[in-house]
Design a protein around this ligand. Sequence first.
Ligand SMILES: Nc1ncnc2c1ncn2[C@@H]1O[C@H](COP(=O)(O)OP(=O)(O)OP(=O)(O)O)[C@@H](O)[C@H]1O
Ligand SMILES: [Mg+2]
Length: 311
Amino acid sequence: MAAIVSVQNLTKSYEGGFTALDDVSLDIEEGEIIALLGPNGAGKTTLISTICGITVPTSGHILVGGHDTITDFRAARQLIGLVPQEINLEPFEKVRNAVRFSRGLFGLGRDDAHIDKVLAQLSLSDKAGNQIKTLSGGMKRRVLIAKALSHEPRVLFLDEPSAGVDVELRKDMWQVVADLKKQGVTIILTTHYIEEAEAIADRIAVINKGQILLVEDKEKLMERMGRKTLRIELTEPLERIPESLSSWDLELAPDGRALIYHYDSQSDSTGITRLLAAVRDAGLQLRDLQTRQSSLEEIFVGLVHGEDDAA
Ligand SMILES: Nc1ncnc2c1ncn2[C@@H]1O[C@H](COP(=O)(O)OP(=O)(O)OP(=O)(O)O)[C@@H](O)[C@H]1O
Ligand SMILES: [Mg+2]
């Protein structure tokens, strides 16, 4: 598949000299859903705004559908729908008019059938004639998505789409994203909910301090980094790990009441059977055993903290 968005060596320093993006390169394939994960201030919104031409890059190039976002701005922008992080709606405007107006901004002719389709897709049909100020926060976010879809973009950017949205609406939104993907729309979203990335993304990009730490297929990432943990709870606390178990990669729980063993569940031999025999031979009594798969959240926290430690 060809890249529909290609970010090449992008750097953005704001006035005052703060570097929010530091030599970022990223190719986004047509039809994929990519989630940008990163802590507050990592540069996610700056990256999205620069691709959308709202923020001017300090150096580097961006192509959208092959069009340079600086030299061929209009053609590039036409392909993009943007749902901003901040809600910026006109409170007295009615829902359908707001969406229709957005389409007009792109110089496209009126197409009420398309507007109605978008409103229906976002479950806004019965609110079409309501003033925006009468809607709840979650509904307003849907109006933002409808506006972003008004000109039939091929690439949709969602900056924190589920901030302030309750669990039920968030799941509805995931459905909307899945439907758009089926229609061939490429989706780039930022989120603080790792669960959200886990649920809907095809690929994950982790960004911290203006740099991309990793871009990887979600399933592969979880397989590669998602280790399993076996927790062996003991009847009597230990002060230290017995000498006979020193060849195993074990950790002692802070209260001494459990041995923790990390292993790769994909490998042919996890070593668990031999380990349990060795624990028994060391004269230890087991109270309980638990296994746990590390989540994307732990992988993410490990990556971002690892980066801090290295700095
Ligand atoms: N207009 C601006 N002028 C100066 N600095 C800015 C400007 N906009 C953003 N920054 C700084 O750039 C850095 C990245 O900000 P950005 O909004 O891209 O982060 P983010 O990853 O979207 O964070 P969040 O998760 O909080 O939305 C931050 O340190 C921020 O303070
Ligand atoms: Mg942001």
